[in-house]
Design a protein around this ligand. Structure first.
Ligand SMILES: C[S@@+](CC[C@H](N)C(=O)[O-])C[C@H]1O[C@@H](n2cnc3c(N)ncnc32)[C@H](O)[C@@H]1O
Length: 271
């Protein structure tokens, strides 16, 4: 698939703040346990220096700070740090900015983690450049990105609307120059950057309406409805059908998959 060039703008920029905080909290509530497993698999522990990129509401940065302890260090970066409550994040240094424009005095972190951040950047390789520059030789890069191409309905009266909205979601990302299947390509992308792949997970939950993931995607559809409609693939009635599907306990579907990767930056070769 060829991805057209486009100006980067965060997909949810401009969303109503209370609703966006609610969506971020729900993402944390459902996805944090899988992230903890992946981060533990990276070997992180007391004394590690960690960078959380696109920290959102900050729960992973907070968990990292507890795990690395007083000897360690956690830095949380986001374009918008307004969803983090610094008083609830002891041991976390919060920095507002675009990861591509921050200078971390190169190669100082043992671990760099990002979840659902690259997908929102058309020029995601530039973010990878910044993350790799921030990582020590031998350090771990832990990335988790979605695969929206996995989405499909399984059952329910509104399955046709559900599938049409899923097609609109793919079209929206493509129109913004972003890759809706980025998660699937993540291991190959990191291997091509010279990293050693240590672990890969691919979680593709099949959910009924009312499931936390169904509710997250229903919230996203409300926030992004104008962008979904602008693809020309769906009507307002399709959006209403998607909302009914996501609320119906008898309607089952896959909303997206998540690919998680632990990769190691090569150690410096002896001169
Ligand atoms: C979908 S949210 C995910 C938040 C958090 N990682 C989580 O999974 O709970 C993506 C976050 O990445 C941030 N972000 C996107 N592009 C960024 C960039 N270039 N530099 C820093 N933060 C970025 C956004 O502001 C947003 O808070």
């Amino acid at each position: 698939m060829s991805i057209p060039m486009a100006e980067d703008s965060y997909t949810f920029a401009g969303s109503e703040r209370a609703r966006e905080l609610e969506r971020l909290r729900r993402i944390e509530g459902f996805f944090d346990p899988a992230s903890w497993r992946l981060l533990k698999a990276s070997g992180m522990g007391p004394g590690w220096s960690c960078l959380e990129v696109g920290a959102g509401a900050g729960s992973i940065a907070s968990w990292m700070a507890e795990r690395v302890g007083q000897e360690g260090e956690v830095v949380a970066v986001d374009l918008d740090v307004g969803f983090m409550d610094a008083s609830q994040l002891p041991g976390v240094r919060i920095i507002e900015g675009d990861i591509r424009r921050l200078d971390f005095h190169a190669a100082r972190f043992d671990l760099v983690h990002a979840r659902y951040v690259l997908i929102h950047n058309a020029h995601f390789q530039d973010l990878l450049d910044a993350m790799l520059a921030a990582l020590k030789p031998g350090g771990r890069l832990v990335l988790e990105e979605p695969d929206f191409t996995a989405a499909r309905g399984a059952s329910g009266p509104d399955i046709a609307a559900f599938d049409r909205v899923n097609q609109a979601i793919l079209a929206m990302f493509q129109a913004e120059g972003k890759d809706p299947g980025l998660g699937l390509r993540l291991p190959a992308i990191l291997a091509s950057r010279g990293l050693a792949i240590e672990a890969v997970e691919n979680e593709v939950p099949l959910c009924p309406g009312g499931h936390p993931l169904s509710e997250i995607m229903s919230l996203s559809a409300t926030q992004l409805q104008d962008k979904y409609l602008a693809t020309g693939r769906i009507s307002a009635e399709d959006l209403a059908g998607y909302a009914r599907f996501a609320a119906d306990p008898a309607a089952w579907g896959i909303y997206y998959g998540t690919v998680g990767v632990v990769a190691r930056k090569p150690a410096k070769t002896a001169d």
